[in-house]
Design a protein around this ligand. Structure first.
Ligand SMILES: [Mg+2]
Length: 231
């Protein structure tokens, strides 16, 4: 059995800046900060971590109330922003997910810094959400490695629910576009596939030593050959 944990932004889709654009509008409308996202890194990080840094940068209290205000506004505004700033599904993704979904020895999950509901909104927008059965998300954790641990625990729970037992010998794969995805893979003893469809150069991702570094996900033959190797 193979458990494949996919990142979203830069790996499955590019949202055309809808996510960051939504953060910006909320900072302005709810917290009075204009162009508040400048200088804060979004790539590969959890929404919780990004917001914590934004709050610190603009001297806004990192309280549960402020977090909830942000969260509610974000989920309400995101679909509109996605329509305004059309993004796209990255090359090979539709075909690869279809092939993996058709196999009975592969389980597909998410490992993303997005809020769980934000992940659903983004992937549903592109018709991709139904491929995924479980995941780890950015609602609570600041550290993406903790999200990876959640994703793996939820994968095991899903296996138990559906099979009556979890297969502890399953090979786990993390597919992502940032050095933080490769680090998250290592945090759960998973193998890492890095793709260059996000914001990082071949050199920058190469030094993180993923098991496989791909231009994009179009080479389904190479990818499927990986899943056919004995665990
Ligand atoms: Mg990403």
């Amino acid at each position: 059995m193979h458990i494949c944990l996919f990142d979203i932004d830069g790996t499955l889709i590019r949202s055309g800046g809808a996510g960051q654009g939504t953060f910006e509008v909320i900072l302005e409308q709810h917290f009075g900060i204009v162009e508040g996202c400048e200088g804060v890194s979004f790539s590969g990080r959890t929404d919780r971590a990004i917001l914590r840094d934004l709050f610190a940068r603009h001297a806004i209290e990192d309280s549960e109330d402020n977090w909830n205000t942000f969260r509610e506004a974000y989920l309400e505004l995101l679909p509109q922003k996605m329509s305004e700033r059309p993004g796209w599904v990255l090359p090979g993704v539709v075909e690869l997910l279809a092939e993996l979904t058709a196999r009975d020895d592969v389980l597909l999950g998410l490992l993303t810094g997005n809020l769980a509901e934000g992940a659903r909104l983004k992937l549903s927008h592109y018709g991709l959400f139904d491929h995924f059965r479980f995941g780890g998300f950015g609602d609570v954790h600041v550290d993406r490695n903790d999200v990876a641990r959640d994703a793996l625990a939820n994968a095991r729970a899903y296996q138990e629910e559906t099979n009556g037992s979890s297969n502890g010998d399953a090979e786990v794969w993390v597919i992502g576009d940032t050095p933080l995805d490769v680090a998250a893979a290592r945090a759960i003893d998973a193998r890492a596939i890095a793709v260059l469809t996000g914001w990082h150069s071949r050199e920058r991702l190469g030094v993180t030593e993923p098991d496989l570094l791909l231009d994009d996900l179009t080479d389904t033959e190479t990818l499927l050959a990986l899943w056919d190797q004995p665990v």
